[in-house]
Design a protein around this ligand. Structure first.
Ligand code: FE2
Ligand code: FE2
Length: 197
């Protein structure tokens, strides 16, 4: 199976042109980690590679460019001036409308890689996790989170979400509703699996 995309070469050019060197390396790291996690947890490796590679395609846009894409694609007003949240939503729109990517699962994995959301597919979950645990990350608990991701994707997802929510709370920042819903959803999913055992 190959993924629908009008011009893969142009897409790669776009990625290279628009990402800083370190962000490009991170994208390669997420691609590799996503494939590793897909293999371990039984997801589509080709889709994982694709979503991992292009998930941050809009990450290094300046605010003016980002805002123009938010308006072009009629995305929510709350994304204006908020590159951290906007880049995942804008990235999905660019992949779909400028490069003909039509796979819903890939588009949603890119769209929700920053916030996560409830009812995620394995692909969405593993891209969310791979983004945090790829090999180029440098925080002290990296190995712990990588091992958790290899053995239990849901628990890795839960711990990352709880860390994120805690950290945003401590810093007095607003938490996206999708992140809060994702945490409860994955917690319930884990409980249901445990109860079913
Ligand atoms: Fe990102
Ligand atoms: Fe990323």
């Amino acid at each position: 199976m190959s993924i629908n995309c009008t011009n893969r070469e142009a897409l790669d050019d776009f990625l290279r042109t628009n990402l800083k060197e370190s962000r490009y390396r991170h994208s390669q790291g997420v691609e590799e980690m996503a494939v590793r996690l897909a293999r371990l947890h039984g997801a589509d490796e080709e889709k994982a590679a694709f979503a991992g590679r292009y998930h941050d395609i809009a990450k290094n846009f300046d605010t003016e460019t980002m805002d123009s894409y938010v308006r072009k694609y009629g995305l929510p007003e709350k994304l204006i001036g908020n590159n951290a949240l906007a880049h995942s939503k804008v990235g999905a729109e660019i992949l779909e409308h400028e490069f003909g990517v039509s796979d819903r699962e890939i588009l949603d994995a890119v769209r929700y890689h920053t916030t996560a959301c409830k009812d995620m597919t394995i692909l969405e979950e593993l891209i969310f996790v791979a983004d945090v645990v790829e090999d180029n990350r440098t925080y002290s608990d990296l190995e712990y989170y990588q091992n958790l991701a290899y053995t239990d994707l849901d628990k890795a997802c839960l711990e990352i979400l709880e860390y994120t929510i805690g950290s945003l709370t401590t810093r007095g920042m607003v938490i996206d509703i999708d992140t809060l819903e994702a945490r409860d959803w994955v917690l319930n999913k884990i409980k249901e699996i445990e109860n079913g055992k």
